[in-house]
Design a protein around this ligand. Structure first.
Ligand SMILES: [Zn+2]
Ligand SMILES: [Zn+2]
Length: 382
């Protein structure tokens, strides 16, 4: 581990001196040397992640894809997700925040400190134990993941927040590039939560970067178009592509029926057998499939055995749907298990938002149209 951090630090120093420092000098921004040095580390992490994506997760997608994505429309849609990934992982988004939002954060946290509210150091809880690097890393990871679970639930349960987060879910061609496909306003909100939490619990910068890097990489993997699960035990230890895909599934993962009996809402965690399970909402999903119409049945025929007779009646019985769902966890499925939102069924369904299928609602096909439509949804004009 130490030699790895050593290599990383050496490379960071080299890159900073060779590129970043001269650039800052040229731009007359020598006061930002320290920030520039930190930013170099983030940029390197981003490059490393993209290397892993292309070299490891990409081949996995080609080896065991859930669905074929070869059409020109599929490729165009995926290209926009690649753009989101590059903007976020290579630091363009962070750079924008640095010059806009960060000064406000500094003012706010400075004022709190002057008022006597110092940062609480979670790793000092039990000196000799919790301040050991591995233990504190684990504690911080748990805290961040717990917060991420609840912010994700907020994204689905608060109507205004869903107007933004639905952009993430509107991707019908979910791949390893889809993780960063979010409304910029949504990304700012999530980032704010993370920064505030990091300040509150006093995570060390090198541990913070490790936690974020690990989280991002795991998230990219979960979105991959790969038919992969971690086995009965593994599924309960770490969020898998199967687990997160279910969260993205139309009519299953992020919209729970209001009436438990009409479509058979999900039983609590553990009640669902894994293999050969009866899907909780087959009738409903078939209703969605049956309505797919113009979108083409192929988009819905991922499971060969599922093309049977549709039973649209049950959807009508359910009437109103609320935005709810399952599998909100980011790294650990434990919070979903604890709060009764886990679904461990082994299935791979079409992804997207119900109204794309039922009402052909447009979430935009290019970067700017997606952002613009998100703003319009937010103010109730789309
Ligand atoms: Zn979601
Ligand atoms: Zn997602």
């Amino acid at each position: 581990m130490d030699w790895l951090t050593g290599i990383f630090a050496n490379a960071q120093g080299w890159l900073f001196q060779a590129l970043v420092q001269p650039a800052l000098f040229a731009l007359d921004l020598a006061s930002l040397f320290e920030d520039g040095y930190g930013a170099t580390a983030w940029f390197m992490v981003g490059v490393l992640q993209i290397v892993v994506l292309v070299a490891v997760i990409g081949p996995l997608q080609r080896w065991r894809p859930v669905e074929a994505m070869d059409s020109p429309a599929d490729r165009a849609s995926i290209r926009i997700d690649v753009l989101y990934t590059l903007i976020h992982r290579l630091g363009l988004f962070r750079l924008a925040l640095f010059f806009t939002l960060d000064p406000w954060f500094d003012v706010a946290f400075g004022a709190l400190r002057t008022a006597g509210y110092g940062t609480f150091h979670l790793d000092q809880l039990w000196p000799g134990v919790t301040d050991k690097a591995a233990v504190s890393l684990l504690i911080y990871l748990l805290v961040f993941d717990f917060v991420a679970y609840w912010t994700h639930r907020g994204q689905h349960q608060l109507t205004w927040w869903w107007q933004l987060h639905s952009l993430h879910h509107a991707q019908r061609q979910m791949t390893m590039w889809s993780d960063n496909r979010n409304h910029l306003l949504d990304s700012i909100l999530i980032d704010t939560v993370v920064v505030v939490v990091a300040q509150l619990i006093g995570v060390a910068p090198d541990q913070f970067i490790l936690i974020v890097a690990l989280t991002q990489l795991s998230e990219s993997f979960q979105h991959a178009n790969v038919r992969l699960w971690f086995g009965r035990v593994g599924e309960r230890l770490w969020v898998s592509p199967r687990f997160h895909r279910l969260h993205h599934s139309i009519g299953l993962g992020h919209e729970a029926p209001t009436l438990p009996t009409a479509c058979g809402s999900l039983p609590p965690e553990g009640a669902l057998p894994l293999q050969g399970a009866t899907p909780p909402e087959p009738a409903h999903l078939k209703a969605v499939q049956a309505r797919a119409g113009g979108l083409g049945a192929a988009a819905f025929s991922l499971r060969p055995g599922e093309a049977g007779s549709a039973a649209p009646a049950s959807e009508d019985k359910a009437g109103v749907y609320r935005l709810g769902g399952v599998n909100f966890g980011v790294l650990l499925p434990w919070w979903d298990m604890l709060f009764g939102t886990a679904n461990f069924e082994l299935r791979y369904d079409p992804t997207g938002v119900r109204d794309q299928v039922e009402k052909q609602r447009d979430y935009g096909s290019g970067f700017w149209s997606q952002q613009w439509l998100g703003m319009k949804r937010l103010v109730g004009r789309a």
